[in-house]
Design a protein around this ligand. Structure first.
Ligand SMILES: C[S@@+](CC[C@H](N)C(=O)[O-])C[C@H]1O[C@@H](n2cnc3c(N)ncnc32)[C@H](O)[C@@H]1O
Length: 220
């Protein structure tokens, strides 16, 4: 997240200082020289300058760029980087012409959501447990003001950062934070997506108590 597209300015009620302090702590972690972090950070850094000329976020497959946007050598490099992010749990994606056939057909869950999806244009949205951001890319099709993904695992964090460095969607943001940090976001979100997380929590009710106040009063 660069200073100029920091979503935090959109959320006057957010606990800014605490969020910035956590970001600083996370940044230290993400830049650590430990093998587990380098394994994802270095590949991301090696390709983050590449830009997709087109996006297709409307279909089952999230398409970011096409093969002709980059050279054959760059495509090979991207392929190796994307392989390094395996296993891909959420998808499918196609990136610069490379098909990524994920473990889950996330488009099927999205299709079940569509009939009940509110109008998310210009809305501020949280996607808790966003994984590699598959749904965030699908949301971007509807032009939300901002989508903030909450995902505590650095593997998924760097996968998303890599995809979005190609896609260049400035409305999409990812925090290396978990649902337990939602208390830092009172009265912030017009829409909250909380999918596939509740049954992993020891206390689902306590979790919902953290999430509920993060919704904008107008939406409650
Ligand atoms: C079963 S997947 C669901 C992914 C996606 N939301 C979906 O519905 O397909 C659970 C996700 O929650 C993430 N997760 C794990 N602990 C979490 C926490 N404390 N807060 C938020 N997300 C968490 C996992 O890393 C994983 O990406």
């Amino acid at each position: 997240m660069t200073a100029e597209n920091d979503y935090i300015e959109l959320l006057p009620a957010a606990r800014r200082d605490a969020i910035l302090a956590l970001r600083k702590e996370n940044s230290r972690k993400l830049h650590s020289r430990k093998k587990g972090f380098l394994a994802y950070r270095l590949p991301y850094e090696s390709v983050r300058h590449l830009r997709a000329a087109s996006l297709d976020l409307a279909g089952d497959v999230v398409r970011i760029g096409s093969a002709s946007d980059i050279t054959a050598a760059e495509q090979q490099q991207v392929l190796q980087v994307l392989r390094g992010f395996m296993p891909w749990r959420k998808g499918p994606f196609q990136v610069f012409g490379i098909d990524i056939d994920a473990e889950w057909r996330s488009n099927r869950k999205w299709d079940r959501l569509l009939p009940v999806l509110p109008d998310i244009r210009d809305k501020v949205i949280a996607d808790i447990g966003c994984n590699n951001g598959y749904y965030m890319f699908r949301m971007a099709h509807y032009q939300p003001r901002a989508v903030i993904g909450f995902e505590p695992y650095h593997h998924h964090y760097f996968t998303f950062r890599t995809l979005n460095s190609f896609a260049g969607l400035t409305a999409l943001h990812l925090e290396l934070l978990g649902v337990e940090h939602l208390t830092l976001y009172p009265d912030c979100f017009d829409v909250v997506f909380l999918m596939g997380v509740i049954y992993h929590r020891i206390s689902p009710v306590e979790m919902l108590k953290d999430v509920w106040p993060s919704m904008s009063h107008e939406q409650c």
